[in-house]
Write a protein that binds this ligand. Structure first.
Ligand SMILES: C[S@@+](CC[C@H](N)C(=O)[O-])C[C@H]1O[C@@H](n2cnc3c(N)ncnc32)[C@H](O)[C@@H]1O
Length: 194
């Protein structure tokens, strides 16, 4: 199957409106598979997708690395409903979704974090948003980025972070860049806490 076909297989399950958003807002299958391997190189690892959307990253990753668990947290309830249904249809037992603001969740149980530029929607009056169901606020963007940096700083050594198109800030000092550009895009970075 080509990369485009893999994406189509996933995206065709979505409503027409979400299919239109998919190319911009949801990780492509080829990137999700690659990122999954960077995030979970050892059996039993638990990965948090910060801002899971319709679950495209988590569901693809759960198929790719069956001995890891992928948890997606998403603050738009209708997207959590879609993601949960798609995971059920795929009969995957190593993926689940939580409806919450990602920064209200305890990050301590997770070994690794995936961030596909989740907070950018608070800039440019929501021009970069999946939909207009939330209130956008640039101050909120600054608060989120700062909160992610504090959580990553508090995470245990060995914590892995993959960002795709960044998350708005740099990982804290203790993180070392372990991979950048090996998939052919410099937008995908792996950071590991020393
Ligand atoms: C660019 S999409 C990425 C979706 C998914 N990670 C993927 O790669 O397919 C970012 C998602 O993050 C969600 N989001 C943004 N800020 C969030 C927050 N503070 N808590 C939970 N979800 C958030 C948005 O609703 C959106 O669905």
């Amino acid at each position: 199957m080509t990369d485009a076909e893999s994406d189509w297989r996933f995206d065709e399950q979505l409503s027409g409106e979400l299919q239109v958003s998919a190319g911009t807002h949801f990780t492509s299958v080829v990137v999700a598979r690659y990122a999954a391997r960077l995030l979970a190189p050892r059996p039993g690892m638990v990965v948090l997708d910060v801002g899971a959307g319709v679950g495209k990253f988590c569901i693809t990753a759960a198929r790719e690395v069956p001995d890891a668990t992928f948890v997606g947290v998403e603050y738009r309830p209708h997207l959590v409903t879609v993601a949960t249904e798609l995971a059920r249809r795929a009969a995957l037992t190593n993926v689940r979704f939580i409806h919450a603001d990602a920064l209200e969740l305890d990050w301590a149980p997770y070994d690794a974090f995936y961030l596909f530029n989740p907070f950018a929607e608070h800039l440019f009056d929501g021009a970069l948003a999946v939909d207009l169901t939330i209130t956008f606020n640039p101050e909120r963007y600054v608060r989120y980025v700062d909160a992610v940096q504090r959580r990553l700083a508090a995470a245990r050594p060995g914590t892995r972070v993959v960002s795709y198109h960044g998350f708005g800030g740099a990982p804290p000092e203790a993180y070392e860049l372990a991979d950048e550009g090996s998939l052919g895009t410099r937008e995908l970075e792996l950071w590991i806490k020393a």
